[in-house]
Design a protein around this ligand. Structure first.
Ligand code: PLP
Length: 449
């Protein structure tokens, strides 16, 4: 084989890139990363970048947290791998399930493990289909989500994801319905107050349920704050308006906390921050602080009892992944929960969130920034061609891509999402590092506009 010379050329020669703007890669090359130091990553040329993307939202304790690495090493030494089936389960899995129910908003619950957030959402859909079938409602199969919601990439979770790009796969599958995104700034109609906007979305939900028939709808999935949709916090009172409608029609509400869970919004759960009680929680990413691929479905008490009864009736739930409940993942998760919740990381998010907002507020004064939005350590700046009319930029290489590329040149990683630039740094970020982030972002904005 003829080996191309540079790391960049080797990456391009042999990799199929996912979620990557290929013209940017061809023009700029790939950042090939060798290691990390706190919230920084370092590439093969020794260049350091402050990663305000936390890897992919998940490296919340940074890239070299000693305690987490020790927990992984210790478990690899003790018992490096197993599954959670056929009447066998590792002690770490037992302990993590207890811990997850303890830190959940539920008085009681049950946990199922996967390798990713997509699989956790996929699993939750199968749990709902299984449950409704077992309860004599096999036609209760449709799934409700929202436009701009992101729930993953498997055929089912991509069908839940409300992004037009999934049409290249011929998705969504039939029976996956998307409701209006609760982003008041972008989707509120002229003259409509935020309260009226929320009422309109609640009515849309009620009308959809009546049109489709509640007996055909298996569940409603929502992120507390939409992450990959561009960091979109819900309009004020949104969850309070829709939850009673779902309850009235016996439609379980699933909180997809893959990003928001374990500290990103400043509390353990996003549903805590936005004050609602779901029927189940989907967790991943922060669950292991990014050190192990793992997802979890956490069923609240009512669903847990109903699903358990359904399983007992047929004696087995025919679902699971080879590495479900992997003891190394569970040991890391136990440590990660402790580190985030008890070693000051979530506290740092709460303490620095106002400074984060101040920095963005200042940058949002610039003529081409239409909105800043977010909470805790998840924020976005949305670029607009015209601030008054909120008209987006056009062109092939989106403006956010140009800002993010310029940031990379300056040693800052941030994520372009639609017309927005997203900042979701690790929870260990210091005030000084936050200033560095804003400094570099401002320089990039001034270069691009
Ligand atoms: N759900 C949400 C809210 C996410 O943000 C993501 C990933 O970004 C997923 C699900 C899918 O998780 P994974 O990429 O681990 O499959």
């Amino acid at each position: 084989m003829n080996q191309p010379q540079s790391w960049e050329a080797r990456a391009e020669e042999y990799s199929l890139y996912g979620f990557t703007d290929m013209p940017s890669v061809h023009q700029r090359g790939t950042v090939v990363v060798t290691h990390g130091e706190g919230p920084y990553i370092v590439d093969v040329h020794g260049r350091r970048y402050l990663d305000a993307n936390s890897g992919l939202w998940n490296m919340v304790a940074g890239f070299d947290h000693k305690g987490l690495i020790e927990a992984a090493k210790a478990q690899y030494d003790r018992f490096p791998g197993y599954h959670a089936f056929f009447g066998r389960m590792s002690d770490q899995t037992v302990m993590l399930s207890e811990k997850l129910v303890e830190v959940s908003p539920f008085a009681h619950g049950r946990v199922f493990y996967t390798n990713s957030g997509s699989e956790a959402n996929d699993t939750m859909v199968k749990i709902l289909w299984f449950l409704h079938g077992a309860e004599g409602k096999p036609q209760k199969r449709k799934i409700l989500t929202r436009w701009n919601g992101y729930h993953g990439v498997t055929a089912v979770s991509a069908s839940m994801t409300g992004k037009p790009y999934n049409s290249v796969f011929g998705l969504p599958l039939p029976g996956f319905l998307h409701l209006t995104c609760p982003h008041y700034w972008r989707f509120g109609e002229e003259g409509e107050t935020e309260e009226q906007f929320v009422k309109r979305l609640a009515k849309e939900l009620e009308d959809t349920i009546e049109r489709e028939g509640a007996d055909t709808i298996a569940g409603f999935f929502a992120e507390p704050v939409m992450g990959a949709g561009g960091v979109i916090p819900p309009a004020k009172g949104y969850f309070q308006a829709i939850l009673p409608i779902l309850k009235k029609h016996d439609i379980p509400m699933i909180s997809d906390e893959v990003i928001c869970g374990f500290g990103r919004t400043g509390n353990t759960w996003g549903c805590e921050t936005y004050d609602y009680m779901p029927d189940a929680i989907i967790s991943s990413k922060n669950l292991t602080a990014g050190l192990f691929p793992m997802g979890a479905v956490i069923l609240g008490p009512e669903l847990a009892n109903r699903v358990q009864n359904a399983i007992e009736a047929i004696e087995e739930f025919p679902h699971g992944f080879t590495a479900s409940g992997h003891p190394v993942g569970c040991a890391i998760a136990l440590k990660a929960i402790d580190v985030v919740m008890n070693e000051g990381l979530a506290e740092n998010v709460r303490n620095l969130a106002p400074r984060f907002e101040e920095g963005l507020q200042r940058l949002a004064q610039k003529p081409n920034i239409g909105e800043y939005r977010g909470i805790g350590f998840m924020w976005a700046l949305e670029a607009v061609k015209d601030k008054a009319t909120k008209t987006p930029f056009d062109g092939n290489l989106s403006v956010s891509e140009r800002i993010a590329n310029t940031c990379t040149d300056l040693g800052l990683i941030c994520r372009p999402l639609g017309q927005s630039v997203v900042l979701c740094p690790p929870f260990i970020l210091t005030e000084g590092q936050m200033d560095e982030m804003f400094d570099k972002l401002e320089k990039a904005l001034d270069k691009v506009f």
